[in-house]
Unconditional design. Structure first.
Ligand SMILES: Cc1ncc(COP(=O)(O)O)c(C=O)c1O
Lengths: 428, 149
């Protein structure tokens, strides 16, 4: 099925007046890279976010005042490192609404979190004839691990189709679900379209018709609006620190305690053991069971500083700011002749705007925008199954975050008009 | 911090001739009878090219390309097919090497008449992220020639 472009809708469909959601955050000076480059318009936060000074300071502070191997030394410095690492987990768990912070496993990011569930829960519980469901909008990180798991276990791999405006087709999903469905994996927010998926409704459907576990890819939700794992209704939730103002190389997987306790370890080695006998080994308790080897303590501390910073702004305000920017951008872009925006109406998207412009290839568009100091992403956004359904090889994607403002939209529009001019389109 | 591209650099990249080849690609399509055919993808951006080559002795007597991609990859493919048609594999190899030099920013290659219209792509060397687009067709040609020998 081909997806419709949403510019066939009136551009302002369901948009509330801007005044209700002012784009009034003025935090750009907090971000050294942006503060040092006034002409830079960074619109690729869906790929990775910029980092505020408080995060960079927290990293330096850890290495200058607390650096030692956590869990491994009897001396005071190691105890301090262990405590910093532990407190970071507690702080991040609080931010994501996880009361039992031991159920937050630190990983390298979303990709590793999802692979952990596939490799551990999946290999232990999926067998021949079972079924695994993903959606056509999922990032490769939430698609390929399940596809590989299905192949390994002889399970059926089923892809849920989307509605023409780029949402999960709930009727289609309902039709896929049955008693053999073991895993349903979906993204909270699509990185390629910005679609915010109705988690509660999906969970209700899945619980009604199956005994499957629900795995939610939170890479694009944790950074952008309030998320409370304990009331989300899913069994696992994975996220990436680098997309939420934190350092690269740290993220997490949150799971339900009873499942995490049942699951076999994902990697084995130091820290994750209880006793190692010559002929067998017993496992450490949560969260350590899933954290083999020296942990990325410094980056955990950095991520804790990032969520502290986000809480300082307030996640409702983060969402309101992005929403205001989105509605403004949608309005300004939708009137440009030849420009097509993909995905549901702006009010139902996170701060992601995926588009094409006439016969200008997204890569050319991105290069021309780069000439105007505007950083956007061009490509398949690690979502080739989605691109096939959109019937385009690639789209251009602008994505917003706390440090963006109207001047970034201004520059984006100017760059798009410039691309039109270079490619010989009549002025608008 | 890398500086954003200047308008002049962007202008040098998107020359009239490149857009002309993008919009009106030469030798686009398929051959009825090909001696070598190659499919290549740039997984990073999803650009794809199919290249079919017919030989007459040691000469490339005809070739066609198919696929889709950005203006740089399409224009490069289009100009390449025009330039190498009728040339010997040895001549083609020399041009291919020179084109690579051009993409590496070697100024003398930009003055080399044997590159013909391809010199319009000299601006690409200033955009390392786009060099692979310009080279895609050439990589396909290289494997087509290798497939034959
Ligand atoms: C929706 C989604 N899922 C998964 C990922 C993978 O995240 P990471 O590369 O941080 O592991 C990303 C980011 O690229 C994403 O946007």
């Amino acid at each position: 099925m081909k997806l419709r472009r949403n510019s066939e809708f009136p551009a302002d469909l369901k948009l509330r007046p801007d005044s209700e959601f002012p784009a009034d955050l003025k935090v750009r000076p907090d971000f050294p890279l942006l503060a040092n480059n006034p002409g830079l318009h960074y619109l690729d936060s869906a790929a990775t976010s910029q980092k505020p000074r408080v995060v960079l300071d927290a990293l330096r502070d850890f290495y200058e005042t607390a650096n030692a191997n956590p869990h491994r030394g009897a001396y005071a410095l190691s105890v301090r490192a262990t405590e910093c690492y532990h407190q970071s987990r507690v702080r991040i768990a609080q931010f994501l609404g996880v009361a039992d912070s031991d159920c937050l496993i630190f990983t390298r990011g979303t990709t590793e979190g999802l692979n952990l569930v596939a490799g551990s829960w999946g290999m232990a519980n999926v067998s021949s004839g079972d079924e695994i469901v993903v959606t056509a909008m999922d990032h490769h990180a939430n698609f390929v691990p399940w596809q590989v798991l299905a192949m390994r276990r002889g399970a059926k791999f089923r892809v849920c189709e989307l509605t023409p405006d780029g949402r999960i087709d709930l009727d289609f999903l309902s039709g896929l679900l049955n008693k053999r469905t073991k895993i349903v994996a979906f993204s909270h927010v699509s990185n390629a379209l910005g679609t915010i998926n109705p988690v509660a409704e999906i969970a209700r459907l899945v619980r009604e018709k199956t005994d499957a576990i629900l795995v939610c890819d939170g890479a694009q939700s944790a950074p952008h609006f309030p998320v409370s794992f304990d009331s989300l209704g899913v069994d696992f939730y994975a996220f990436s620190g680098h997309k939420m103002l934190g350092p690269m190389g740290i993220g997490g997987l949150i799971g339900k305690r009873e499942m995490l306790e049942e699951m076999p370890p994902y990697q084995t080695g130091g820290d994750m053991i209880e006793f190692v006998h010559d002929d067998r080994t017993t496992w450490n308790v949560l969260p350590h069971k899933f954290e083999a080897g020296t942990p990325n303590a410094a980056n955990a501390v950095g991520l804790a500083a990032a969520v502290e910073y986000l809480d300082g702004i307030g996640m409702d305000r983060v969402r309101a700011h992005e929403r205001a920017l989105m509605s403004e951008a949608q309005k300004r872009l939708a009137v440009i002749e030849g420009l097509h925006i993909y995905g549901p109406p702006a009010s139902e998207r996170s701060g992601v705007l995926s588009f094409t412009l006439g016969d200008v290839h997204p890569h050319d568009l991105a290069t021309i925008l780069d000439g105007e100091g505007v950083c956007i992403r061009a490509g398949h956004h690690c979502a080739q199954p989605l691109m096939r359904r959109l019937d385009v090889p690639a789209t251009a994607r602008a994505s917003f975050y706390v440090y963006n403002d109207e001047s970034d939209i201004e520059a984006l529009v100017a760059g798009i008009l410039k691309a039109r001019e270079i490619f010989g389109y009549a002025p608008v | 911090m890398p500086q954003p591209r200047s308008a002049a650099e962007i202008g040098a990249l998107y020359q009239e001739m490149i857009l002309d080849h993008y919009r009106r690609p030469r030798n686009k399509g398929t051959l009825e009878k090909a001696d070598a055919s190659v499919e290549m993808k740039n997984p990073l951006c999803g650009d794809e090219i199919g290249l079919q080559v017919a030989f007459d002795g040691d000469c490339v007597c005809d070739l066609r390309f198919s696929g889709r991609g950005c203006s740089i990859s399409q224009a490069s493919a289009s100009m390449m097919t025009q330039l190498v048609k009728g040339k010997s594999t040895e001549e083609i190899e020399a041009i291919r090497k020179q084109f690579r030099e051009l993409m590496l920013g070697n100024a003398s290659a930009a003055d080399d008449p044997q590159l013909g219209q391809l010199r319009a792509l000299s601006g690409v060397s200033r955009f390392p992220a786009r060099v692979k687009c310009a080279l895609l067709a050439w990589n396909a040609l290289e494997s087509a020639l290798a497939e034959r020998s």
